[in-house]
Write a protein that binds this ligand. Structure first.
Ligand code: FES
Ligand code: FES
Length: 157
């Protein structure tokens, strides 16, 4: 790869050596080099939330994050939310209310919901709507997603 430099990224508790050009986004590295395709490429301009990952626990748009700026952070993708073969309680709640339709937005939704519930364990509906304001879904109308977050709140509180 021309003009690429090797760097190390900390992703899902592991260290990965990747070849990065100066303009590469974290999203490109995750999907195209590490094949962590749970992180979706939607708008690719910071609007839809489909590419959300956690950067030191903070929801972040991977499409707006330059990979070269990420070496000092712990990155968590949907694949690293829990141990392989396990289902996170927030994911289970999404499944149990049949929140996913096409599923494209779900990685971002679940990661945002998880961090939101960590800080706001008993949210109101308005708080949930506000928390989801950066995550777009073309399928569901959001009702099931809100119900899933309420269910996860009940189960984990
Ligand atoms: S793909 Fe990053 S916000 Fe839409
Ligand atoms: S379930 Fe299809 S975009 Fe949200």
């Amino acid at each position: 790869m021309s003009n690429a430099e090797l760097m190390t990224l900390n992703i899902n508790g592991e260290r990965f050596e990747v070849a990065v050009q100066i303009g590469h986004t974290l999203l490109e590295i995750l999907r195209d080099q590490l094949f962590l395709t749970g992180t979706k490429r939607g708008c690719n301009q910071g609007v839809c939330g489909a590419c959300t990952v956690l950067r030191d626990g903070v929801p972040t748009s991977a499409c707006l994050s330059l990979a070269v700026d990420c070496s000092d952070f712990q990155i968590t993708t949907i694949e690293g939310l829990c141990e392989p073969g396990e289902v996170h309680p927030v994911q289970q709640a999404f499944i149990d209310v049949s929140a996913p339709q096409c599923g494209f937005c779900m990685s971002g939704m679940v990661l945002v919901a998880k961090t939101f519930l960590d800080s706001t364990p008993h949210p109101s509906r308005d708080q949930i709507r506000e928390a989801l304001s950066g995550n777009l879904c073309r399928c569901t109308g959001y009702i099931k997603i809100i119900e899933a977050i309420e269910l996860a709140s009940e189960r984990t509180s």
